[in-house]
Design a protein around this ligand. Structure first.
Ligand SMILES: Nc1nc2c(ncn2[C@@H]2O[C@H](COP(=O)(O)OP(=O)(O)O)[C@@H](O)[C@H]2O)c(=O)[nH]1
Ligand SMILES: [Mg+2]
Length: 346
């Protein structure tokens, strides 16, 4: 039984499952904190009955906000680390010892669950967006991250204190990976099951994917701006730095993200030129990319291919409707969004 590590569960209308998750977690840790995020069902009461400490957020504000409240509480209570679990039963508490063991061996690292051992169980559309996210998030986080969208994680709270979190809803978890990785923190992965039976999701494929994409692009835009003109600077995140300052103003941040989305195509061309020519004077600029030995062109191409990916996705859907089952997206993604990090393959 671990007493210096707690489990945190952001929950929204999860009355049917949260009790079981809390009871399962309490077999491994002595404290489970649940944020009942404006649920209209019995989530809070059931979590409390199952033995959790419950904080109630009156109006639904999303997973990211609930996570931030839970981090705050866990830090206040003096825990060293917190394991986050989904409330809907997609994360089996039986896997908690995997996270605890990994943490014991590597207390400074963020431990992330990966469902890629069972990737055939993940719905096709979801898997494709995970593959694209993996490419760009890994670039931003300076390391290969197989399953960037998995919410089953162990966070050392000392690490959380080093980050300013400004993103919301489902984007917060991506923001944590990027900012942690971009300070030099290692992100270790442990295999977990992919559970998709009876799955009801609050994730909105268009709005939430757009929000995550906009965040990643805006982050890379700034990261490469810095790396392009700095020698030997693979890690660009500093708490309170430029991206945090923009992020902390909701209005400015929204405009900034739109601006970076609209300018990412010319911006990557510009960075490509900087990569090729500026390196004569600025040694080892774009250090994070030079470490990969792939050249900036691969990244330039991956970015420029994004609108074509959209066309390919629509084409595959249209062909499916008229009864033609051709695989266009998969080969496209494998070709243009390769694993540049070697080692682990997914
Ligand atoms: N606090 C809070 N948690 C949420 C909210 N939406 C989702 N969650 C939590 O995030 C987990 C994952 O969300 P879900 O909608 O299942 O997304 P998916 O598993 O990626 O399809 C859920 O099990 C909840 O624990 C929300 O609005 N507020
Ligand atoms: Mg779910």
């Amino acid at each position: 039984m671990q007493s210096n590590i707690c489990v945190i569960i952001p929950a929204y209308n999860a009355a049917a499952t949260v009790g079981q998750v809390v009871r399962g977690a309490l077999k491994h840790v002595s404290c489970v904190l649940v944020a009942d995020d404006g649920s209209v069902d019995d989530t809070g009461r059931i979590a409390l009955k199952a033995g959790a400490t419950v904080i109630t957020i009156n109006k639904n504000q999303g997973k990211g906000h609930a996570l931030k409240q839970l981090f705050h509480l866990a830090i206040e209570k003096g825990f060293d680390a917190a394991i986050s679990l989904d409330a809907d039963g997609q994360h089996d508490p039986k896997a908690i010892p995997l996270f605890l063991n990994a943490h014991q061996a590597h207390p400074e690292d963020l431990i992330l669950g990966s469902r890629m051992m069972e990737k055939n169980k993940i719905p096709g559309g979801r898997y494709n967006s995970m593959h694209i996210a993996r490419f760009f998030v890994s670039l931003a986080a300076n390391q290969y991250i197989e399953d960037t969208q998995c919410g089953y994680r162990l966070y050392p709270l000392g690490l959380i204190k080093k980050l300013t979190l400004t993103a919301e809803r489902y984007t917060t978890e991506t923001e944590i990976l990027i900012k942690a990785g971009d300070t030099g923190t290692l992100i270790r992965q442990v295999p977990i099951r992919a559970i998709y039976e009876n799955n009801v999701s609050h994730f909105r494929p268009v709005i939430d994917v757009d929000d995550i994409t906009a965040y990643i692009i805006s982050y890379l835009w700034v990261k490469w701006l810095i790396e392009g003109v700095c020698a030997n600077r693979p890690y660009t995140y500093t708490k309170g730095g430029i991206r945090d300052r923009i992020g902390s103003h909701k209005f400015i941040n929204g405009r900034f993200q739109v601006f970076t989305m609209m300018t990412i195509f010319p911006a990557t061309v510009f960075y490509f030129l900087e990569y090729v020519f500026l390196s004569r004077w600025i040694k080892n600029n774009f250090a994070s990319i030079r470490n990969l030995n792939c050249g900036y062109f691969v990244i330039l191409r991956a970015t420029q291919m994004l609108p074509i990916l959209l066309v390919v996705t629509v084409a595959e859907q249209v062909l499916k409707r008229i009864g033609l089952r051709v695989q266009l997206i998969k080969p496209f993604i494998n070709r243009f969004y390769p694993n540049l990090w070697g080692g682990a393959k997914a």
